[in-house]
Design a protein around this ligand. Structure first.
Ligand SMILES: [Zn+2]
Ligand SMILES: [Zn+2]
Length: 189
């Protein structure tokens, strides 16, 4: 029977290049097999700024993304350029609602040292953004951290770790993701 159209939404929060957003969208489509829509840029999430820290509270961003989600959005991924923190971590590459609807990632800490960035063989920012997007969306589908060092669900303590893993799921995580995906998409029968 036919299922309702369901999309993963990418919500740009700040000045992120079109090329990067499209790369992330493609990678999500490949990994989750769901169509992706990119919304107009919503601007820097000023409402989440902690003035004393000069960082942005990712919990507040998640809350807003989920509140404003389009009815046909199965998952919402905010993509920002600002420095994120939450009450547990002093900085974050991204955060997701476990088995929830929302996730957010930031390029801020993924840029790393600009001198290293220009070194031949150094993975470009787009690779890191794609991995972070798949990893955080994986959490929204109920995936936990994976011990396989190649798997995108491996917990990365730093950029070196993040650069070592692939931008896709290991077979076990992939199976689990497909199973959860089936559970998450309400079908009309
Ligand atoms: Zn994680
Ligand atoms: Zn895995």
């Amino acid at each position: 029977m036919k299922s309702n159209p369901q999309f993963i939404y990418i919500v740009p929060l700040g000045d992120m290049s079109e090329k990067y957003l499209e790369g992330i969208a493609e990678s999500i489509e490949e990994n989750f097999g769901l169509p992706v829509k990119i919304t107009p840029n919503q601007g820097i999430p000023d409402y989440a700024l902690d003035v004393a820290r000069q960082q942005y509270n990712s919990n507040l961003i998640l809350k807003r993304l989920i509140n404003d989600a389009a009815p046909d959005g199965i998952k919402i991924l905010g993509v920002t350029t600002v420095d994120l923190f939450n009450p547990i971590f002093s900085f974050l590459f991204g955060e997701a609602q476990f088995k929830g609807k929302g996730a957010v990632i930031s390029s801020y800490r993924l840029i790393g040292n600009p001198e290293n960035e220009s070194r031949p063989g150094c993975p470009p920012l787009i690779n890191r953004l794609e991995k972070e997007a798949i990893h955080e969306l994986g959490h929204t589908f109920g995936l936990k951290h994976c011990a396989d060092p190649d798997c995108v669900m491996q917990y990365s303590v730093g950029l070196e770790c993040a650069d070592r893993k692939f931008s896709f799921f290991c077979p076990a995580c992939r199976d689990l993701m497909l199973w959860h995906l089936d559970e998450d998409i309400p079908r009309t029968v």
